[in-house]
Design a protein around this ligand. Sequence first.
Ligand code: MLC
Ligand code: AMP
Length: 514
Amino acid sequence: MSSQNLFTALRAAFPSDLNAVAVETDEGLRYSWRDLDRATAMMANLLASLDLPQGSRIAVQVEKSVEAMMLYLATLRAGYVFLPLNTAYQRAEIEYFIGNAEPAVVVCSPANFGWVSKIAFKAGTQHVFTLGDDRTGSLLERAAHHSDQHKTVSKKADDLAAILYTSGTTGRSKGAMLTHGNMLSNAEMLKDYWGWKRGDVLIHALPIFHVHGLFVAIHGALINGSKMIWMAKFDPKRVIARMPEATVFMGVPTLYVRMLAEPGLTREAVRKMRLFIAGSAPLLLETFNEWQQRTGHTILERYGMSETVMLTSNPYSADKRFGQQTERRGGTVGFPLPGVSLRVRGDDGKDLPVGDIGNIQVKGPNVFQAYWRMPEKTADEFTADGFFKTGDVGKIDERGYVTIVGRSKDLIISGGYNVYPAEIEGYINEMAGVVESALVGVPHPDFGEVGVAVVIGKPGASLKPEAIVADLKSKLANFKIPKRCFVVPELPRNTMGKVQKNLLRDQYKALFVA
Ligand code: MLC
Ligand code: AMP
């Protein structure tokens, strides 16, 4: 059987003119398809020269750059397992991921080499390289000594390609193990489903350590041989300024909200655009409608997860389905994608009638293999007949549209990043003078939802909200920091003694919105 290495499929889609521009950065740097091919070969040869065991993890925490994307592609090419880490993660977070994944290679920003390498070497990592966002660092220096020819390592569909850490409602983060087959099947299907065309150009403005920016956006462009306009950071003005040269944009809802605040977002500015895709968090109907009125474009909302890549999508075109025309419907995440089985079940595990709200479960070639070294957690999250329990709560209407109405998992999604209350509460509860805490998500006009911490202090302790927040800031990634903190005498509880987070959410729901 031919190799199922995802890189082989991406490479096969490179246009025949390798001198054409594959990636253009917002600063005006241009990388040809030949550059992508050569640089990924050199990095793959460097990795191969390290004689790493099969299945070795390459953990990467670096600022966004084209070279960082190349490192991802080179890891696939060399047959190793890519492990991306949010650049906001601090010491304790990195210590956990490296300790748990035991990567053979760690690549970090030059500025972080001191502390990251210490953690890595302690965990048994043999090689720590640096990669700056300005084409500096030991990774590129070392790769420069290697050949620019490399034969892609053959892989089977169920061979591991990446591990994405995703937190749990209890306990520590779990590494979702994604295979070449998971990602290749999803990328090939989305190329058709979203109508990718010759000449499409993608504006890439998302971070590249999560499914959305790393897989959906990059695979989408590369498997279509499409150029990317590459932005290291999202800046609404810059994205709008480049739209006349582009056709496709992908973003979390916050990016759409921020662009709507720009007077430069006009019908003229988006004239050349073909498709706007949103996901990773709920897109408010208000944003969907405002975008339609302002630009004439209907945002296509889709739904996915680290464990599953893409699961559902609104239709690209108004094809017939169940004998009816379909359209992109705001407030829904569309239909299960081809090959994905999606069902809604009650808490008793039984299928629910059309329109009833319940737990969303999924199955398909896109669904991950297992959680890294956590067989019990993996078993808990799958049903006996092999469906993955997403933790999302929703319904399917008579036309087949899926709507997500909430989550059974205690999770806050803020600006497209996941914040697990249990983790933040754990840190607060360890602080001197704290009895207990609860973190709840409340509506926010920019981030969609943000965390608010509610803390009970010990009798006589003089807890200061600012001090609690400052302490958290010194330990945790910035997006996990509660936007407000309250010290209160008690938390609302039900008769079983469980904290009633719904009451807290209700109490604080108007903190940021009218
Ligand atoms: C930054 N901050 C956030 C935050 N991002 N707080 C809460 N939620 C966030 N998402 C903090 C900053 O540290 C800062 O705090 C303050 O909020 C204001 O920051 P900012 O300058 O406005 O933030 P910015 O750097 O512009 O980042 C905002 C953003 C970014 C929206 C561009 O968060 C982002 O790129 N989000 C996309 C996430 C993403 O790609 N998710 C995909 C997951 S994949 P202070 O205290 O320092 O002032 C997935 C599966 C799927 O879910 O279906 O796709
Ligand atoms: P992550 O673990 O970071 O991949 O986040 C996955 C979660 O993001 C899902 O389980 C959903 O809760 C949420 N999500 C992704 N896309 C959407 C969407 N379009 N609407 C609502 N929630 C979404």
